[in-house]
Design a binder for this molecule. Structure first.
Ligand SMILES: Nc1nc2c(ncn2[C@@H]2O[C@H](COP(=O)(O)OP(=O)(O)OP(=O)(O)O)[C@@H](O)[C@H]2O)c(=O)[nH]1
Length: 293
């Protein structure tokens, strides 16, 4: 009989490589926040994949990038810290994009860690077989990998295989989390991410990294859970964008986020949003700490 295995894993790769989507596909529930814009994953969100003979704990990290602000530096520290704590790393390389300098940089960085590195060729639903074969060969030349696994988080093809392969490289260990547990991320962090995603919708070009959200208070009442949150922007002009003419946009932001939060909590939610200006919050250590970075 094979031993029970349990341990930590994370997906790394350049922005947009498909890390969050893959994490969600493995866990089978929407936990990390995905988007078609780079660098939206800020918080470490864990998902637990339960199998009869293993437990794979996924840690979702933001993409490593060249730091331009204090926030950028903090994010990179967070990424490195996470990498050094996991047993298995899945290096995500999109099947539909050439391998580039960014990929080589990340492959080099993780090559020296103790973790087993598996190359994961993502988004295979976007390419034909010939292109995939070429990509697999090129990935083989990128570095020393324990395995190379092609996968599509969107079609679901090979998702199970990837889970099996990753679980195989976990250490023998007793179960780390209770059976029902899927994420241990505090709910307020997930709520803040949902609000931030909603606030960014349609205005990413104007406000790429200028929005942060803090959930101030959550009050569960008999019929409704009240959630009070602040949306922080850096300038009054950005505040006007988020609020929109006559407050119309903020209303939409709120109702979109509320629907998601209701799903998360499984309860009716009253969502109270305030937009506040915190000048240059990305460069101010005190503000960053307050906002959870
Ligand atoms: N067709 C297809 N699209 C995918 C697949 N996986 C992810 N995507 C898309 O690729 C984009 C980026 O996916 P994410 O999962 O947010 O990528 P990420 O690596 O977490 O990105 P960052 O948060 O920027 O680091 C999104 O638009 C996804 O819908 C896949 O298997 N097939």
């Amino acid at each position: 009989m094979s031993e029970y295995r349990a341990g930590f894993a994370c997906f790394v790769g350049r922005p947009n490589a498909g890390k969050s989507t893959l994490t969600n596909a493995l866990v089978g529930q929407k936990i990390a926040i995905t988007s078609n814009r780079p660098q939206t994953t800020r918080h470490v969100v864990r998902g637990v994949v339960h199998r009869p003979d293993s437990q794979l704990v996924l840690v979702d990290t933001p993409g490593l990038h060249r730091p331009r602000t204090l926030l950028g530096e903090r994010l990179n520290d967070l990424v490195r810290e996470t990498w050094s704590e996991v047993d298995v790393i899945g290096l995500c390389l999109p099947a539909n994009e050439e391998i580039g300098r960014g990929d080589r940089f990340i492959a080099g960085e993780i090559g020296s860690l103790k973790a087993t590195v598996i190359a994961v060729v993502t988004k295979i639903d976007l390419v034909d077989r010939a292109r995939l074969a070429r990509q697999l060969a090129q990935v083989g030349e990128l570095g020393e990998f324990a395995e190379i696994v092609p996968v599509s988080a969107v079609s679901g093809e090979q998702v199970d295989v990837l889970t099996d392969v990753m679980a195989r490289y976990l250490p023998e260990s007793p179960q780390l989390y209770p059976d029902h547990m899927i994420t241990d991320e505090p709910e307020h962090v997930l709520m803040a991410e949902m609000i931030r995603e909603s606030a960014l919708e349609g205005v990413r070009e104007e406000l790429p990294h200028s929005i942060a959200v803090l959930v101030e208070e959550v009050i569960p009442e008999e019929r409704v859970t009240k959630v009070y949150a602040d949306i922080y922007v850096e300038r009054p002009s950005q505040k006007a964008i988020v609020i929109g003419a006559g407050g119309g946009r903020l209303k939409e932001v709120g109702s979109r986020a509320r629907a998601q939060i209701e799903e998360l909590l499984g309860a009716r939610v009253y969502l109270d949003l305030h937009v506040r200006v915190a000048k240059d919050w990305q460069r101010d250590p005190k503000q960053l700490r307050k906002l959870g970075f």
